[in-house]
Design a protein around this ligand. Sequence first.
Ligand code: ADP
Length: 214
Amino acid sequence: MTDTTASTGTARPARVVLLGPPGAGKGTQAALLAEHLGVPAISTGDIFRANVAGGTPLGVEAKRYMDAGEYVPDEVTNRMVVDRLAEGDAARGFLLDGYPRTTAQVRTLDEALASAGTHLDGVLEITADTDVVVERLLNRAAEQGRSDDTEEVVRRRLEVYAEQTAPLAAAYGSRGLLVSVDGVGPVGEVQRRALAALASLLEPGAGASAAGGA
Ligand code: ADP
């Protein structure tokens, strides 16, 4: 936590989804933005990886899909996220990284928020060209040795994203909830764009002053 949260005055709950292809830099931006907002960053990929590392039944099931570049079944993912959102720290908002990725997940999230008497504030899409994300993912493979980062699996993950997740941007757009930023550039520059976009989602008309707080 830093004092940027207090200085921007975004003390009210913020419920935001980060959308974007694998390798667009969602994880990096999620951590920075969540700290800025004072809400937890909730990454389904991280939760799955923690379960894989811990050898839990959920991890054993998820790993089969992850290693093939496929999505973990909606039923499994939805249950996990609904449980996570019910934890106390998410009551004052959240930044979801990597969820929802399918229309069924969008529906589950809407229903979970509605039954808690609340709703999504907005969706921040981080875009990047396929060539850029393939290169980033293959570099990450060399550095981190993730078992889902081989070239074949990377290409499959991008295909699945294009088929199942890319259409969600248009769906959220038609609900007036979407803002997109270019994820190509230095991390600090992308963060500046992301903060400005976030401000426009959370406080329409006050974007410039909130972004300046960074
Ligand atoms: P990336 O954004 O690089 O694809 P993540 O760390 O977000 O990676 O996710 C890793 C893997 O975890 C995905 O390829 C998928 O198998 C699984 N996963 C993460 N989030 C979801 C989700 N919302 N629905 C289904 N599977 C998911």
